[in-house]
Design a protein around this ligand. Structure first.
Ligand SMILES: *Cc1c(COP(=O)(O)O)cnc(C)c1O
Length: 502
């Protein structure tokens, strides 16, 4: 199987090139030229395989230039029970909400307690193998600018992975105390964390500049190193997400919740459109899905797009209590548009150019129809989010985080509007303890909150008795290893010094 760019079909690469390169030269995103087809017979054969077995099958169908041993190695290293708490990294909690069954796919049992671990635990292994095939084994240097969560997830993923080094920059006053502590206590011989004097944009601009300075790249090359990226448009981050939708379907069949062949609905709290797109790819491969419910917070650009066919990012930006969805440009939507337009690279390029120049585009009536028939878009504000956390907790004793609550609220609206009671999988993207303050606000009945985030975790635990994930509880006693702070203009020197390059 080969891959091509969404903005130029003539740019064709292998799977390992797509992963090593990250983004195509023309700025488009890499997509598979065709998708493997999974019949019900195929799905039936997956039922007894467990998560890792299903992952190996899916990976082998997409990564044509990887050997079975290589895939085995990646999967076995990524989804260990030490890292995910059990053999099943993505268990389903069977609950009810407002009288309806909700099957909550918990994607946050990994080392940083959010769903990005599902991809970032395996990406480093896919990437090092891809680089070996395409760049004669140079060591990969990963630079990340982060506003908090991605940095930590990338650090955990790349920690002590051979032939990689990772340096994470964060804005010194731009992350929460908990996020700062999570990053500064990071373990691993190949990791480095540094604050910069500036905001997230400054950090990102600084990283981009280092990436694109030829002299720096040259110096790295002389030392058998090269820059690479772990960002969310890399195919190596999308592919692992297809696995858990297929695995969750198998789990529902195995648990007697549905029959093989029954359709399900899928609900995803959406930001960059990667997670929900993965479920759509699973459907295109043959997974029986009826409707994709795309849940947004007050940054409801996707809700409007699904309803009108017009994508318009020229609007107010809201800072919400579901911050991982505070996004106005959902990069992975480009891949959906390419697919729904019948693999039309010219049209996709026009839309993306309009987005860059005017912040806005409108798809054709045919594409709009296709979007509307497969997707339902809805959103919910912060008050409704908290109300949902409280209702779920008081009815079921089940504590969910703010992003998952957005999904539940939008699903509830969908059912009351449509009466559609197709069995549902709701993607739960973070542990409630990752957003302790907002979750406490929802359930604490007006008590005064402590100032310190660790005390909030304890208070939330007192009130709800929900288990605190080990990676968060063990953090409290860890000593910081990193305390560097540099100016933005010092970032290039800092990188070279860290790498021991002159
Ligand atoms: C990243 C993230 C999302 C959004 O996922 P996308 O794939 O960008 O749509 C939702 N919830 C949480 C907790 C996240 O970290």
């Amino acid at each position: 199987m080969l891959y091509n760019s969404t903005e130029n079909k003539n740019e064709v690469v292998s799977a390992s090139q797509a992963i090593a390169q990250g983004i195509s030269k023309d700025g488009g995103l890499f997509v598979p030229q065709e998708l493997p087809e999974y019949s019900l017979e195929t799905i039936k054969s997956l039922l007894p395989l467990g998560y890792k077995g299903i992952a190996k099958k899916v990976f082998s169908d997409f990564l044509a230039d990887f050997s079975a041993e290589e895939i085995e190695d990646c999967v076995e290293k990524a989804y260990t029970s030490e890292k995910f708490g059990s053999d099943n990294p993505a268990p389903i909690a069977y609950k009810k909400y407002n009288g309806n069954d909700v099957n909550i796919l918990e994607l946050w049992h990994g080392p940083t307690c959010a769903f990005k671990d599902m991809a970032l635990q395996i990406l480093p292994h896919l990437l090092t193998k891809s680089l070996k095939k395409t760049n004669d084994g140079k060591d990969a240097v990963i630079l990340v600018a982060t506003s908090g969560d991605t940095g930590k997830a990338a650090l955990e993923g790349f920690k002590d992975v051979e032939h990689t080094k990772i340096i994470v920059f964060y804005p010194v006053d731009g992350v929460s105390p908990m996020q700062k502590h999570q990053m500064n206590t990071q373990e691993g011989e190949n990791v480095k964390v540094c604050a910069i004097e500036g905001n997230f944009d400054d950090a990102q601009t600084g990283v981009k500049k280092i990436f694109t300075t030829p002299e720096i790249a040259e110096k790295l090359g002389e030392n058998n190193m090269m820059f690479s990226s772990a960002n969310s448009i890399n195919w190596g981050r999308l592919l692992p997400q297809i696995v858990y939708y297929i695995a969750s379907y198998c789990e529902l069949v195995n648990d007697g919740k549905i029959e093989l062949g029954d359709k399900i609905n899928v609900v995803v709290p959406t930001g960059n459109f990667g997670n929900i797109l993965a479920s759509y790819y699973a459907y295109c491969m043959g997974l029986p899905v009826n409707k994709f419910i795309c849940a947004s917070n007050s940054n409801n650009v996707l809700t409007d797009f699904i309803n009108t066919g017009v994508y318009d990012k020229n609007r107010r930006f809201y800072t919400t209590i579901s911050p991982s969805m505070d996004i106005l440009v959902s990069s992975n939507l480009e891949r959906l548009l390419y697919k729904l337009s019948g693999d039309n690279d010219e049209m996709t390029r026009e839309w993306m150019t309009a987005l860059k120049t005017e912040g806005k585009y409108e798809v054709t009536p045919e594409v709009k129809e296709k979007v509307k028939s497969a997707f339902y878009g809805g959103f919910c504000d912060d008050d409704k989010t908290k109300e949902t956390i409280k209702k779920m907790f008081s009815e079921q004793g089940y504590l969910c985080d703010t992003h998952t609550a957005v999904a539940l609220a939008v699903y509830d609206k969908y059912v009351s509007e449509t009466g559609d009671k197709t069995p549902v999988v709701i993607a739960s993207t973070a542990s409630p303890y990752k957003f302790s303050k907002s979750v406490l606000d929802a359930v604490n009945d007006g008590r005064r909150l402590p100032d310190n985030e660790f005390d909030m975790v304890d208070l939330l635990n007192d009130i709800t008795s929900a288990d605190i994930p080990k990676p968060l509880s063990s953090l409290k006693d860890k000593k910081p290893r990193f305390s560097d702070v540099v100016k933005v203009e010092e970032m290039p020197d800092y990188v070279l010094r860290t790498l021991g390059v002159k």
